[in-house]
Design a protein around this ligand. Structure first.
Ligand code: MCA
Ligand code: AMP
Length: 466
């Protein structure tokens, strides 16, 4: 472990090759905080970098709200996030062409850390996330929810300052940013952000002494395809999977290759992590564990009655507790719809609960929320974008099962005229240019018409295999 420990015995923070001792990170973040003045809500172009970590920590020290922006955001997505969030400025680098002013982040600057008494109900993060239709909404995550969520996971996983967490996840979602950066900083442990999340980078972090690993199932599935890299994870304390379902064969293959049973946990941008397999429990393939401290769950049938926890009966999963968001920014109706009258948040997921409290996620209620590589993608947003291309008359976007990505985005398109050479690639690039890379369809299929019911609604089930 010495390779990862700084002079005073605390593990440092390394992001994409840049290492900072805790004191230096805190000094640089305090300098950012001191320069924020009246800026209350700042946008951070969340590249996987030390600048992003220092910007986010600095803003939080100042009591400001952070809007993490995917660094590959296309034109429409960027315009929407900036207009909707009304961010005061960029903190750190701004994307080229942005008219919003930028406040620099200097990794070499140092200021004394002066703790502020910030209201725990104050928003810490405004995270943009896709719904089934419309444009992404800003999820308001209060400071107290982040603290409760991280503390609950520290409890579930016996996560301490002795741990060094490694991952290669993006820094604009709960998984990579809240769990993966604020998590180690709150428990006082080390962090190695590997840049890209690949079998090679995870093996290298393991060889350097990392003890905990976070990844989405796509990364775990790629690790399982590389026994020479997987072998290095044998010495780790905890391998954790989340953001989408970990396929049972991947769990089993990783156990054979590493001797480790991967710990699964379940959550959402709106709820943080609500259910987790405990480090002192026995991980079971296909099961995501029990509610974390401060969280309760229930299963509800279509008629509103509670579904028994018998390990077989399926119900809609509802949650409540300390880790929940405060609502969607400026969307009172969507916020109200998300909660039941008696105060439970509707996750939109369908689950089974065993008599011992273990949860299994069966799937989502709506086919219009796609999970690809762990990214949540709204079919409606991709469809509206495609309809903005002059060649497209109608379209339907679905998530097809995919061994690597869980689901892959497939677009069915009815054209206004004849199909031209290269049009599929052009439409894919168009989505990337307007939205972001992971929202691009992996495949575009040109059809003469879309299957519709008598009401004219597209029947997406008929576009999916099986
Ligand atoms: C990708 N490529 C494409 C397309 N999509 N090319 C053409 N058409 C497309 N539609 C390109 C990529 O740009 C890349 O090119 C190459 O194909 C490989 O892409 P991909 O297979 O996507 O691999 P990847 O780029 O390595 O990404 C896989 C990944 C990534 C690392 C698993 O999907 C990822 O980081 N997922 C994490 C998502 C996440 O953190 N979700 C958390 C939200 P090139 O090589 O040239 O670049 S969920 C959450 O926060 C909750 C609370 C929770 O439960 O955790
Ligand atoms: P996001 O808001 O991007 O975090 O996506 C949340 C969604 O990811 C949940 O509603 C689930 O559908 C899915 N999800 C997260 N973790 C898991 C898991 N361990 N197993 C199955 N689905 C998951």
């Amino acid at each position: 472990m010495t390779a990862l420990t700084d002079g005073r015995g605390r593990h440092p923070v390394t992001v994409a090759g840049q290492t900072m001792a805790y004191d230096d990170l805190l000094g640089a973040a305090a300098a950012v905080a001191a320069g924020l003045h009246d800026h209350r809500r700042v946008a951070v172009l969340a590249t996987p970098s030390a600048e992003t970590v220092v910007a986010v920590v600095g803003a939080l020290l100042a009591g400001a709200e952070v809007v993490p922006v995917p660094p590959d955001s296309g034109r429409a997505e960027l315009d929407h996030v900036l207009a909707d969030s009304r961010a005061d400025c960029w903190l750190g680098a701004a994307p080229s062409g942005s008219r919003l002013a930028s406040q620099p982040v200097d990794l070499a600057a140092r200021a004394p850390y002066e703790p502020l008494d910030v209201d725990p109900d104050r928003t810490a993060l405004v995270l943009y996330t896709s719904g089934t239709t419309g444009l992404p909404k800003g999820v308001l995550l209060p400071r107290r929810a982040l603290a409760a969520g991280i503390d609950a996971l520290a409890d579930a996983w016996a996560w301490t300052a002795d741990d060094v967490l490694a991952h290669g996840l993006p820094l604009f979602h709960v998984h990579g940013l809240v769990l993966g950066v604020l998590g180690p900083l709150r428990v006082g442990g080390g962090l190695v952000h590997t840049g890209r999340g690949t079998p090679e980078t995870y093996a290298a972090a393991a060889r350097a002494g990392a003890t905990m690993f976070f990844a989405v199932p796509t990364i775990w599935s790629r690790v399982a395809e590389h026994p020479e890299h997987a072998e290095a994870l044998r010495a780790a304390r905890l391998l954790v999977s989340g953001s989408a379902a970990l396929p049972v064969p991947v769990f089993e293959r990783l156990e054979r290759l590493t001797g480790q049973r991967v710990v699964e946990r379940y959550g959402m941008s709106e709820t943080l992590i609500t259910v987790a397999t405990r480090a002192d429990g026995r991980p079971r393939a296909g099961w995501v564990g029990v509610p974390v401290a401060g969280v309760e769950t229930r299963l509800v049938a279509e008629d509103g009655t509670e579904v028994p926890h018998d390990g077989e009966s399926v119900g809609r999963l509802e949650v409540r507790g300390a880790t929940l968001f405060a609502g969607y920014l400026d969307r009172p109706e969507a916020t109200a719809e998300a909660w039941t009258d008696d105060g439970w948040f509707r996750t939109g997921d369908v689950a089974v609960v065993a008599p011992d409290g273990a949860h299994r996620i069966v799937g989502r209620e709506s086919v219009d929320l796609i999970k690809s590589g762990g990214y949540r993608i709204g079919a409606g947003e991709v469809e509206s974008t495609l309809l903005g291309h002059p060649a497209v008359a109608e379209c339907a976007v679905v998530g097809e099962p995919d061994d690597d990505l869980g689901q892959r985005v497939v677009a069915y398109v009815v054209l206004r005229g004849a199909a031209a050479d290269g049009l599929a690639a052009e439409l894919t690039a168009y989505v990337g240019q307007e939205l972001s890379a992971h929202k691009r369809p992996r495949e575009v299929r040109f059809v003469d018409s879309l299957p519709r019911n008598e009401m004219g609604k597209v029947q997406k089930a008929r576009l999916l295999p099986g």
